[in-house]
Design a protein around this ligand. Structure first.
Ligand SMILES: O=C(O)C1=C[C@@H](OP(=O)(O)O)[C@@H](O)[C@H](O)C1
Ligand SMILES: C=C(OP(=O)(O)O)C(=O)O
Length: 424
């Protein structure tokens, strides 16, 4: 590992901080996709501008849309879908939302669109994207391994109609088809067959954004029908990212401190809203104060038992808190995390163990037994949330250094500076 080590700030006494958050990655990338498919220009206020969302904007530009930065936001003008276009390659980085949401849109271009990404992105599951698009009439060239790179050979239109998928490895397979489906000739009628779909709040976020743009969707528990038709242009402001809020809530918890998170949305589809319940499960007091969230840590953190199937992306930071709690914690429902930025169950086990902790790794979760932890140099596996988890552990344990803290730029440019301020 060649990147410089970051000395994580250690805070032996309670933090007492107020934090404001950047915009939501998941909402920004949905809004970009839908604006690019809409029937006129849309303005996006306070978008997240980070690696994942810039990659999305660039991908949509490569497909003919325009995304122009102005003031505190972006104006998105749709592409002329269906027109002939020279071959392009889209770089998805390590962004699940880009690798899963863009191919169903790329199929609306008349031309070849190659989809590729970071080295580790080439290991993330993509077979459901490939097989579902094929079933809907799209030609795709791949090497039959169910991963990137592959080429979508669009003909300018997609027939659409009924398709059965297994979205148990990622809700993004389902969201992707729902986002583009209204622009297919027959719309889309998706049925899920298999173990439960994870991250259902993210699917609800997809449905909310579609409803705002006048798209008619019949949503069941295992079947979703999107009528063909226009997607209305829509101006919106992006909510603060509540999953990224988790690091600060966790920082308050592990130091026995308190944090005020500004502008916590009172109604939201974001899975990060569950931090209110998670903090309480660890023993904290949680209040909504005006439009802020206030979290006051207990003297002693209780161990927790949490099913995180719906909020899998919170797991690394929850696990970091669990590692310094007073009793054991069990996190379940998260087998799909093995296909995230890295195999997060293996990564968390390795890094907590590296600090002297004890973790039982299960097929679909973790049991974390608190042990006295010691300093260590923590790996982050190109995973922004492993970096957040490392920062939280470093706040609680003196001498932690973190490899590649810059990986946080995936969803949070400026994380190091904000964390330093929070910790001081
Ligand atoms: O649709 C989205 O914006 C996301 C869905 C979830 O993916 P999985 O269902 O693969 O967990 C989540 O973990 C990811 O960070 C963002
Ligand atoms: C799983 C995550 O990201 P992605 O959108 O790349 O899947 C995440 O942000 O925790």
């Amino acid at each position: 590992m060649t990147s410089p080590l970051w000395a994580a700030p250690f805070r032996p006494d309670p933090v007492d901080a107020t934090v404001s958050l950047l915009g939501s990655k998941s909402q920004t990338n949905r809004v970009l996709i839908l604006s690019a498919l809409a029937d006129g220009p849309s303005r996006v206020s306070r978008p997240l501008v980070s690696r994942d969302t810039v990659l999305m904007a660039d991908a949509l530009r490569s497909l003919g849309a325009s995304v122009i930065e102005d003031g505190d936001g972006w104006t998105v003008t749709p592409a002329a879908w269906g027109e002939r276009q020279a071959p392009v390659t889209i770089d998805v980085g390590l962004a699940g939302t880009v690798m899963r949401f863009v191919p169903p849109v790329a199929a609306l271009v008349d031309g070849d669109v190659e989809v590729d990404g970071d080295e580790y992105a080439r290991q993330r599951p993509m077979s459901t994207t490939i097989s579902s698009l094929r079933a809907l009439g799209v030609t795709i060239d791949d090497d039959a391994r169910g991963t990137m790179p592959f080429t979508v050979r669009g003909s300018g239109r997609v027939l659409g109609g009924a398709v059965t998928i297994d979205a148990s490895a990622s809700s993004q397979f389902l969201s992707a088809l729902l986002l583009a489906g209204a622009r297919y000739d027959e719309g889309i009628d998706v049925r899920h067959e298999g173990p439960p779909v994870p991250s259902m709040p993210h699917v609800r976020m997809t449905l909310t954004e579609l409803a705002r743009r006048g798209v008619s969707v019949e949503a069941g528990s295992e079947r979703w029908v999107v009528e063909p038709g226009p997607i209305a242009a829509y101006d919106c402001a992006i909510e603060p990212d509540l999953s990224n809020a988790g690091a600060f809530v966790a920082g308050a918890l592990v130091t026995g401190g308190r944090v005020r998170v500004r502008h916590w949305p009172l109604e939201t589809d974001q899975p990060g809203d569950r931090w209110r319940e998670i903090a309480q499960a660890f023993g904290a007091e949680v209040h909504i104060d005006g439009d802020d969230l206030l979290v006051v840590a207990p003297d002693t953190l209780r161990g927790v038992r949490l099913d995180l199937r719906d909020e899998g992306e919170l797991t690394p930071v929850v696990a970091a808190v669990a590692a310094v709690a007073a009793g054991p914690s069990t996190l379940t429902g998260i087998a799909h995390l093995r296909g995230h930025e890295t195999d997060r169950l293996a990564a968390l086990t390795a890094e907590i163990t590296r600090m002297g902790g004890e973790v039982d790794e299960h097929a679909d979760g973790l049991t974390i037994h608190p042990r006295p932890l010691h300093a260590a140099d923590l790996e982050t596996y190109a995973d922004h949330r492993m970096a957040h988890a490392a920062a939280v552990l470093g706040l609680a344990v003196k001498g932690v250094q973190v490899h590649d803290i810059a990986t946080t730029a995936k969803t949070y440019p400026g994380f190091e500076q904000d964390w330093q301020r929070f910790a001081s």
